[in-house]
Write a protein that binds this ligand. Structure first.
Ligand code: SAM
Length: 467
């Protein structure tokens, strides 16, 4: 309650400075009801979560929660809990995501419901909201490249993708121009572009004071560069999904209209139910340019999303079929950890091995020449003499077979484990254990007789105080 009052006061102060040029544009260009729009900024943003389709079964009591209408398995929470103190969050049972962004689920369902073997790029992916959603929607033989150019944000993306557990979601750290050479490679590219952020004023009231027309200008120039760099990597007839959390036309409709006028793409209409409050957006000559989300009309934050089909061709990159030598010794040491399937094993720079489905061998051979990977398949660990030291990500992976010794712990001990503190339990028989909370693995320990060694990576540790 105290938090809400504080939020209200900060917001009330900031609202006095709601940028006038933006309000004018919204009123005169888009005809929004100014009073209702401003009023919507006087209530806190709704917290919403999207449950993992497989791991989310561990969560109880969803029936009392209101559903996000356009995304299966997504719910609004009555208040914001401390997610850091929920072991299920660390197990990847759900992702905390703003509801408007979840509309991407409708688009993927409409275009790719039963599609297989897709190659999808999420270009501006950190912290991973859209990537985790896309991963949940793709078939296992489809490959998702989640890219984030900023190193520190790439690390956060990597953690979130690892927690989500899909081994066909790989992470790269590249500038958009590094993708240009991958001619016609991807079936779909999502550009959730860096923007001036006006749609998130309610979530981050301080951003109001940082907003300026000069910044909007800089943002749309950068968005234009990103689109120009990335479009060659999209297949002919492939899908471009472009989104921002800005209300400014120059960052949204103008970017799409420019591509349409240049004959590079054509718009794709997405079925939208009237009761969702989403507003389709048209050009002066009635061409569909995208969909707008306003907080006084939808139960979510400000958002824009457009879907287009590429019509021009930029050729197709020729993939070379180079077979990798399989490391049979490694397979015999760690293969039993993985679900049945054909895997390739690679040794990474950090001496850890990663496993990925052999189905992606050609993609791996091609992409590693152009891109800098920070996650490939599932990191599974490394040998140490006759022993295999399992990697943290193996415990979180959907490819993890289980079938190892399990140490099921309660919430108190799960949090101790996640803080890398000694758990309040007797040491079990010597050996490796997957630590589980409500049946979901959250990491590894090794019992060595009178002690239990905690193998949670240091940088994954919960740093906040646990009461
Ligand atoms: N898609 C993410 C999600 O749903 O969680 C949010 C992405 S955020 C709107 C935009 C991202 O673009 C940021 O992570 C930012 O670091 C990244 N970015 C910043 N400058 C960029 C550039 N020049 N090219 C590509 N991405 C950039």
């Amino acid at each position: 309650m105290r938090e809400w009052v504080l939020w209200y006061l900060i917001n009330a102060l900031s609202m006095a400075a709601f940028p006038e040029p933006l309000l004018q544009e919204l009123k005169y260009d888009w005809g929004i009801d100014e009073a209702r729009f401003v009023e919507a900024h006087n209530v806190p943003a709704q917290v919403s979560v999207r449950y993992h389709r497989i791991k989310g079964g561990a969560i109880e009591a969803k029936d009392n929660l209101e559903r996000v209408k356009w995304c299966g398995g997504a719910y609004y929470l009555p208040e914001r809990p401390v997610f850091t103190l929920d072991p299920l969050y660390h197990a990847g049972a759900y992702y905390v995501q703003e509801a408007s962004s979840m509309f991407l689920a409708v688009i993927l369902e409409h275009l790719y419901k039963d599609a297989t073997g897709l190659k999808v790029l999420d270009l501006c992916a950190a912290p991973g909201g859209k990537s985790t959603l896309i991963a949940s929607c793709l078939s296992p033989d489809s490959l998702l490249i989640c890219n984030e150019v900023i190193k520190s944000r790439n690390a956060i993306l990597n953690e979130n993708i690892t927690r989500w557990g899909y081994s066909n979601a790989w992470v790269t750290c590249n500038d958009p121009k590094h993708f240009t050479a991958l001619s016609g490679y991807f079936d779909a590219i999502v550009v959730d572009a860096p923007c001036s952020g006006s749609g998130l004023f309610r979530k981050q009231p301080q951003a109001i004071n940082e907003w300026s027309t000069a910044n909007v200008e800089l943002c749309h120039q950068r968005q234009q560069r990103i689109l120009e760099d990335i479009l060659p990597a999209l297949k002919e007839e492939g899908t471009l999904i472009y989104s921002t959390c800005s209300y400014s036309k120059v960052e949204n409709e103008d970017r799409i209209e420019k591509l349409i006028k240049a004959g590079e793409v054509e718009p794709i209409a997405i079925p939208v139910s009237d009761e969702w409050g989403i507003v389709p957006s048209y050009s002066k000559d009635n061409v569909l340019l995208g969909y707008r989300f306003y907080p006084h009309l939808v139960k979510g934050e400000g958002f824009f999303i457009a879907v287009c089909k590429k019509i021009g061709s930029t050729g197709m990159l020729k993939e070379k079929r180079t077979l990798q030598k399989q490391d049979k010794a490694i397979e015999s040491q760690c293969g039993h950890f993985l679900k049945e399937g054909d895997y390739n094993f690679i040794r990474q720079h950090n001496e850890q091995y990663a496993a990925f489905s052999s189905h992606f061998e050609q993609a791996y051979n091609t992409l590693q020449k152009y891109l800098y990977f920070t996650k490939i398949g599932t990191e599974i660990g490394a040998p140490a003499g006759n022993e295999w030291i399992p990697a943290h990500s193996l415990a979180l992976s959907l490819d993890f077979k289980g079938g190892v010794s399990v140490l099921e712990v309660d919430r108190k001990n799960a949090l101790k484990f996640l803080k890398r503190e000694a758990m309040d339990i007797e040491s079990p028989a010597k050996g490796w254990y997957a630590v589980c909370y409500k049946g979901l693995p959250i990491g590894w320990v090794k019992a060595i007789g009178n002690r239990i060694n905690n193998y949670l990576p240091k940088h994954w540790r919960i740093r906040m105080e646990v009461e």
